[in-house]
Write a protein that binds this ligand. Structure first.
Ligand code: 6PG
Length: 227
């Protein structure tokens, strides 16, 4: 686990620079980068800042998603829409290398199976968030998806709206080269502590699955951690 704590007013720019550097590292090492984006509200200002960083080798980047809500891609609750507006339409990424989860399909099982075929075995950079209940991607506490050992994308239901979702499973987090968790604000302090320090297990705090990754926090989200 590597925890970096930023001043709240510096968080977005610093996290954007961190993620851009990891994308650059992957391209330098392997000639290309598979980047999976997180949803929710925390990444939006980070994505905006990333779009302003000139040096990112976007033509070598393939973009995936860690979860999606069962809404059309132009819906206000769509993670794809958030990513497109804040980042993807503002950078020279190849549209053929952007892979939204098709969570608007009626048959979510088929959409999950199709996405499994697209996902690389090891994502180079996997961005994640953490919910107040400790969820990450759309892996909610107590969810059957947490028991998955082989499936890599599954339909699920969560307590948060919209309830129906697609999500990556624990093996995808485990196999990612670089999981990066973004968390800001005091409401994330307790779940961050449970994910990193408490003797919790992923069943009750799914974000613990990313414990070995990089955790980029603002000061408020780090407040419950022992110093
Ligand atoms: C989603 C997410 C989810 C999110 C957390 C944090 O689709 O809801 O991907 O895992 O990252 O809920 O969300 P906030 O950043 O909005 O607090």
């Amino acid at each position: 686990m590597r925890v970096t704590v930023y001043d709240p007013c510096e968080f977005s720019a610093a996290a954007a620079a961190f993620v851009a550097a990891r994308v650059g590292d992957a391209v330098a090492d392997r000639g290309e980068c598979s980047l999976a984006l997180a949803g929710g509200s925390t990444p939006r200002p980070v994505y905006r800042r990333m779009a302003d960083i000139g040096a990112v080798p976007w033509r070598r980047v393939s973009v995936f998603f860690g979860d999606e809500r069962a809404v059309p891609p132009d819906h206000a609750e769509s993670n794809y829409r958030m990513a497109r507006e804040s980042l993807l339409r503002r950078v020279p990424v190849d549209p053929a290398r952007v892979f939204p989860m098709e969570a608007e399909r009626e048959d979510l099982e088929a959409a999950a199976r199709a996405y499994e075929e697209l996902l690389p075995r090891s994502l180079d950079v996997l961005l994640l968030g953490i919910g107040e209940d400790g969820h990450t991607a759309s892996l909610f506490p107590g969810s059957d998806a947490l028991a998955e050992r082989h499936r890599r994308v599954v339909p699920t239901r969560g307590p948060a709206r919209p309830h129906r979702r697609l999500t990556i499973t624990p093996p995808v987090i485990r196999d990612a080269r670089r999981p990066v968790v973004l968390a800001t604000g005091s409401r994330k302090a307790e779940p961050v502590r449970r994910a990193l320090e408490a003797a919790s297990d992923p069943e009750e705090c799914p974000a613990r699955l990313a414990r070995d990754g990089d955790w980029l926090l603002d000061r408020e989200a780090s407040e419950a951690l022992e110093r």
